[in-house]
Design a protein around this ligand. Structure first.
Ligand SMILES: NC(=O)c1ccc[n+]([C@@H]2O[C@H](COP(=O)([O-])OP(=O)(O)OC[C@H]3O[C@@H](n4cnc5c(N)ncnc54)[C@H](OP(=O)(O)O)[C@@H]3O)[C@@H](O)[C@H]2O)c1
Length: 308
């Protein structure tokens, strides 16, 4: 008998990929998909998934959202700084509904020494989940390579310039699909109760090395330029990126905010994200894919960018 799995953020990039993979494994009628706008997931309802309304900002809307679920894939929300309260509402609803196991998408290195501002939300959410006494699995995802290569990459190529304050610091960026595949493995195979996994790519790289790969594959030179954190803020301000997160606001197609981005640069510079593990392979049975593989898989898209 398959367990019933509830998923928050089911309409997002991560949630849709996870849902597709679970449907492909025969879970359609064992999925409860939670969204603020159920109409968005009409296609999933059509194949037998239960689609329910739920809003992290309105705890009463979550009260029955997870009823009947054995496991909850709690995909972290998008509003940095508001997520402790938001996730807490979902976690309490999961307890009320009799969920036995919460799988949470956290972030790499949630220690208080890590200056990346996202870490507080994740650290506190992990704590709240542990306090429930339910089984848990924390998937501490590294930076998505998708964000840097597919979202930001075309801008670096067009301008020929990649501004950073990371000072050569390294991280092992990971494919979002590898994060999703790891989560699906945790949800569908036994033995992951009360485990923490660090979901990283296979190589520790600095941005100069990634800029070189982008230049080589796209055929357009991308020059890495070091600046200060203030220089990064000025750069993001000029692009119209808000300092703090704003719900559902994208600038240049990316839902980013500069406090988040600058604190990531600090974290990389300080070596707080310099972590590389074999957990993707441990969970999925195949090695994590590399940043170079993502650049090469998107060669045509990157070559098509017109330098300004
Ligand atoms: N490690 C990394 O580098 C990295 C990078 C990007 C993101 N992330 C994490 O991964 C998560 C998922 O990313 P994604 O790309 O899938 O995000 P996304 O495509 O922007 O989707 C966000 C999801 O959050 C849901 N949501 C937003 N506000 C909500 C609320 N108040 N109540 C209930 N649901 C709400 C949305 O659902 P509805 O609109 O349907 O309600 C949507 O499904 C992010 O939130 C972030 O924590 C990590």
């Amino acid at each position: 008998m398959l367990p019933t799995i509830a998923i928050t953020g089911a309409s997002g990039h991560y949630g849709q990929l996870a849902t597709d993979r679970l449907i492909a494994q025969g879970y359609a009628k064992h999925l409860i998909l939670v969204t603020r706008t159920p109409a968005k997931l009409a296609d999933r309802a059509h194949v037998g998934c239960a689609v329910r309304a739920g809003n992290f900002d309105h705890p009463e809307s979550l009260k029955y959202a997870f009823d009947g679920a054995d496991k909850l894939l709690l995909i972290s929300g998008t509003r940095v700084g508001a997520r402790i309260r938001q996730h807490e509402a979902a976690i309490h609803a999961a307890v009320r509904s009799g969920v036995r196991h919460i799988v949470y998408t956290s972030f790499l290195n949630v220690s208080p020494e890590n200056p990346a501002i996202v870490t507080e939300d994740h650290r506190e959410t992990e704590r709240i989940i542990q306090e429930t006494g339910l089984d848990y699995t924390f998937l501490r995802d590294a930076h998505y390579a998708d964000a840097m290569i597919l979202n930001a990459g075309p801008g670096f190529i067009a301008s020929g310039r990649w501004l950073t304050s990371t000072a050569g610091g390294r991280e092992a960026m990971v494919w979002r699909e590898d994060c999703v595949d790891s989560a699906v493995a945790v949800l569908t195979t036994p033995g992951h109760e009360n485990q923490v996994y660090e979901i990283t790519g296979p190589n520790r790289e600095n941005f100069a090395e990634v800029a070189e790969m982008l230049s080589e594959v796209s055929g357009h030179p991308v020059q890495l330029e070091e600046t200060t954190d203030d220089g990064m803020y000025a750069h993001f301000d000029a692009m119209g990126i808000p300092r703090k997160p704003v719900d559902d606001l994208s600038v240049a197609g990316i839902p980013w905010n500069s406090e988040d981005m600058v604190s990531f640069e600090q974290a990389i510079r300080g070596g707080h994200l310099d972590i590389c593990t074999g957990d993707v392979e441990k969970l999925t049975g195949r090695p994590a894919r590399s940043v170079r593989a993502m650049i090469e898989a998107n060669r045509d898209l990157l070559r098509a960018v017109k330098p300004l």
